[in-house]
Each structure stands twice: as structure tokens, then as C-alpha cells.
Design a protein around this ligand. Structure first.
Ligand code: CTP
Ligand code: MG
Length: 231
């Protein structure tokens, strides 16, 4: 089956506060987006749809073509929306007709290793309607309200969700078509609109390097990692 990866890069990076949209901030001589796209092209032979902020389509295309090398024909750049969900929808509309597995990946998870992509794609190829990478939760988690601990939470049932999240294309298209409000991630859109086992999402192993660059500390960590292990 043929695969597309939608790389959402249209956010403004408010929490990072770096003076430019987060995907266009530098990690080394390359941007966050370029580093993320190098990972995508290393991971899979796929159509790559980059979702850029309005006004940054040209910059996104430059990064995408540099990452694509001889595979320029695989690249499409589209303009994002006001929310991540709107940006994913814009990306979905640009996926080729023949694609049957779609991955959605945050540009902000720029250091995600290629084998995470492989595990997600393999799970969907094996028949799961969707798959996403998870990490175990290491902290003890409490339910808290009004300043008091109101109950324990069984950590064994919890996991932190990463991207890329991958889906059977028809399942993701149907879920996005039906989505009537904002959800926290793509798996939640699917879970809300595809009933029963037809929408059951497989959990595969994530990777600590798939962390999301959110605040200044995350950017410093990503820069240090890239400086240690040039990609
Ligand atoms: N994203 C997007 N379009 C939006 C909002 C987010 O494509 N309207 C993308 C971001 O570019 C990022 C990913 O979704 O790669 C995860 O979002 P987040 O980490 O929240 O990035 P920002 O929204 O840019 O950051 P902030 O919330 O701090 O403004
Ligand atoms: Mg955001």
C-alpha cells in the first residue's frame, strides 16, 4: 500500500516564543522543519505533505526540497489553519488519491527516529485502523482538584502519546469529515467518529527522542542533541 506523511508545521510557537513560527527556528544550520523532514525521508518512501503557516509556504518548500533530494516529486506544500486539526484537514485534502495509509506527524517532534515511523506503518499495514507511538509514564500520577489529592491513578494504564500517528486512509478521511469540534490529537478524532473495533488504535513503542519541542528548554535540548549527533 502507498503511504503519505502529513507534517504539520503551521503553528505559531507561542510557548517557545522564538520570534518566528516554531518549525522555522534553527536547530543548527537547519530549521526544526528541515530536521523533521530529513527524518521523514530517511524513514519511508512516501508522499510528503508539508503544512506551513500562511506566508511561509516558500520557506517550507525550500526545506522540503532540500530534504527530499532526488524525490522532489513526492513533496506538496499547503497552507495550514488556525488549529492543528484544521492544519491536518488541509494536509489531508492534498493527499494523493492512490494513498491508502496516512501518517500525521508534528514538525515539532523533529528528532523522532525512523524506526518509530516504521513501527507505525507496519501496524497499519498489518490491519490496524490506526496506530500511534507511546511512552510509559514514569511519574506517579494523582488526580487533584481544589488543591487536594482526590485519588490515585493506575499508572500501568497510562501512556504518553507521540507522533507520527498512522491510519488507514479511509478511516482518517471519514473521521475528519465527521469531526464537529476540536480534539486533542488525530487518534481522538478517529475514536470519536469510528465505532468499535473499526476504530481501534494500536499502541506501538515510542522513543524518548520523539519529544515535542514546546518551550525554550526543549529547544535547548534538541540543539544539544543535534550538536552531539549531527544528522
Ligand atoms: N500546528 C499546525 N497548525 C496549527 C497549530 C499547530 O500545523 N494551527 C502544528 C505545529 O506546527 C506543531 C504541531 O502542530 O508541529 C504541534 O503543535 P504545538 O506543539 O502546539 O505547536 P504550536 O501550536 O506552534 O505551539 P504553541 O501551542 O506553543 O503556540
Ligand atoms: Mg499549539
Amino acid at each position: 500500500p502507498s503511504v503519505a506523511v502529513i507534517v504539520v508545521a503551521a503553528g505559531s510557537g507561542t510557548r517557545l516564543g522564538a520570534g518566528a513560527p516554531k518549525a522555522f527556528v534553527g536547530l543548527d544550520e537547519h530549521t526544526v522543519l528541515r530536521t523533521a523532514l530529513d527524518g521523514v525521508f530517511a524513514a519511508a518512501s512516501a508522499q510528503v505533505v508539508v503544512v506551513a503557516p500562511a506566508g511561509y509556504e516558500g520557506a517550507a518548500r525550500t526545506d522540503a526540497l532540500a530534504a527530499a533530494g532526488e524525490h522532489a516529486d513526492l513533496v506538496r506544500v499547503v497552507t495550514g489553519g488556525a488549529t492543528r486539526q484544521a492544519s491536518v484537514a488541509a494536509g489531508l485534502a492534498a493527499v494523493w488519491a492512490e494513498v491508502d495509509i496516512v501518517l500525521v506527524h508534528d514538525a515539532a517532534r523533529a528528532l523522532t527516529p525512523p524506526d518509530v515511523f516504521a513501527r507505525v506503518i507496519d501496524a497499519v499495514r498489518a490491519g490496524a485502523p490506526g496506530a500511534l507511538p507511546v511512552l510509559p509514564v514514569v511519574d506517579t500520577i494523582k488526580r487533584v482538584a481544589d488543591g487536594y489529592v482526590i485519588g490515585p491513578v493506575d499508572r500501568a494504564e497510562l501512556a504518553a502519546a507521540q507522533t507520527p500517528q498512522g491510519f488507514d486512509r479511509a478511516v482518517l478521511d471519514a473521521a475528519y469529515l465527521a469531526a464537529d469540534r476540536e480534539y486533542t490529537d488525530d487518534a481522538a478524532v478517529v475514536a470519536a467518529h469510528v465505532a468499535g473495533t473499526a476504530g481501534r488504535i494500536a499502541a506501538v513503542a515510542g522513543d524518548p527522542l520523539g519529544f515535542k519541542i514546546t518551550g525554550p528548554d526543549d529547544l535547548a535540548r534538541a540543539r544539544a542533541l543535534v550538536a552531539q549527533h549531527p544528522v
